[in-house]
Design a protein around this ligand. Structure first.
Ligand code: GLA
Length: 394
């Protein structure tokens, strides 16, 4: 991708004003801990080696010129540093502008404009965080190009702020954190209440991490996501009537939740909260299971996570349920679940090496037969977080 992005940069913006610098930010796959990150719970994602690169150069004036090879029809998006308002039509460049604005709001306003060309290989809208990668990539480029004193965690927080305030999606911190803080060969066990984290070696001895894209993308994902967040907030409010000072759903153990759940009058809110509490407990157990090398237990927790996301949290869809069910039926699959925000997107599965070829064949054939759709299947590994790419030049 770096070759393509550099060539596009040269074609569009020329090299007379100097060479651009290259940056990369990865997508992520969440192993377990779904819809817990805005509930003060734990998440367990890893960064991917798939991601987005950009070639960026500071300009002499205050213009911003942005090009994405993934959205060729949008052409070059031109605006300027003094006009960072959302562009109409869900323009891809809003993720970039949102980050510029979030930095400026923290007193980190770029002094000069930029020419930037982007190109990524994360499928969009598939639950693999192509948006977070774009935000973290922009933040990383701003930090390096202008020398802003921000840590990778702060870059992640500013990306989340862009998404919350500029895009209008009330997401948690998981995606941006994973993209900024990823480590090759490791998953990140993150406590979203404190931002304390630990890297766990992703030692899948004799097994692989396989992502299957259902190729289904639900248009209402954004509003339904915000609804879930509101339902959890209402459940927390109700629980505070019986447990004053309760910080978050993530602060409750399952047994305590079960004892208090009657205080949540609305059944839907109660089910959302139950998912958040139990998923948090599963995520903690999954971290222990991985450390202990107990992949069978890890897989069983993934399966339970899917069931809870399907039934209590209602963020799956028939196509993704079909993928999970196919995985569960296939010998050699240790666990499988929907990953990411939901309403379509991907499953993540742990598949024994000797079963991987069969798994891919069966899933591709049976999914097509049942839904008429052709899934995309990726065997992935955990990659490093966002960074400047120094070795590549034109
Ligand atoms: C999206 C959000 C994350 C997280 C997941 C669900 O990816 O961006 O913050 O809430 O959904 O786990």
């Amino acid at each position: 991708m770096t070759g393509e992005v550099l060539a596009a940069f040269a074609r569009q913006f020329g090299l007379e004003a100097g060479q651009p610098r290259l940056f990369f930010a990865p997508g992520r796959v969440n192993l377990i801990g779904e819809h817990t990150d805005y509930n003060g719970g734990h998440v367990f994602p890893c960064a991917l080696t798939m991601g987005t690169v950009c070639a960026a150069r500071v300009r002499g004036d205050r213009r911003l010129r942005l090009l994405s090879l993934n959205f060729p029809d949008a052409g070059v998006v031109e605006t300027d540093l003094d006009r960072t308002v959302p562009l109409p039509g869900e323009c891809w460049a809003n993720y970039v502008l949102g980050v510029v604005r979030a930095f400026a709001a923290e007193g980190l306003a770029p002094a000069r404009g930029l020419d930037i060309a982007f190109y990524g290989d994360i499928p969009a809208g598939a639950g693999l965080s192509s948006s977070a990668a774009l935000e973290v990539l922009t933040g990383t480029a701003l930090r390096e190009l202008f020398g802003f004193p921000v840590s990778p965690t702060q870059v992640a927080l500013l990306g989340q702020r862009a998404e919350n305030e500029f895009i209008g999606l009330s997401c948690g911190i998981m995606d941006q954190f994973a993209s900024a803080m990823g480590r090759r060969g490791h998953a990140i066990f993150l406590d979203t209440a404190t931002l304390e984290y630990a890297y766990a070696p992703l030692a899948l001895d004799g097994a692989k991490l396989v992502i299957v894209n259902s190729m289904v993308k639900h248009a209402l994902a954004g509003s339904a996501y915000n609804d879930r967040r509101r339902e959890c907030a209402r459940a927390l409010e109700a629980l505070r009537a019986v447990k004053p000072g309760l910080a978050s759903l993530g602060a409750l153990a399952p047994e305590e939740f079960d004892a208090l759940a009657g205080a949540i009058p609305d059944e839907v809110c109660r089910r959302r909260a139950r998912h958040a509490v139990y998923e948090n407990a599963r995520t903690r157990s999954a971290f222990d299971a991985l450390q202990a090398g107990d992949l069978a237990r890890f897989g069983a927790l993934m399966n339970a996570s899917h069931v809870s996301l399907r039934d209590d949290y209602a963020v799956s869809c028939p196509e993704v349920d079909t993928l999970a069910a196919l995985a569960w039926e296939t010998p050699g699959v240790l666990g499988s679940r929907i990953t990411g925000g939901g309403f379509g997107g991907c499953t993540v599965s742990i598949v024994r090496d000797d079963a991987a070829a069969d798994f891919a064949g069966t899933v591709a054939r049976e999914y097509a037969r049942k839904t008429g759709l052709t899934p995309q299947i990726y065997t992935v590994s955990a990659g490093d977080g966002a960074r400047e790419l120094k070795e590549e030049t034109l």
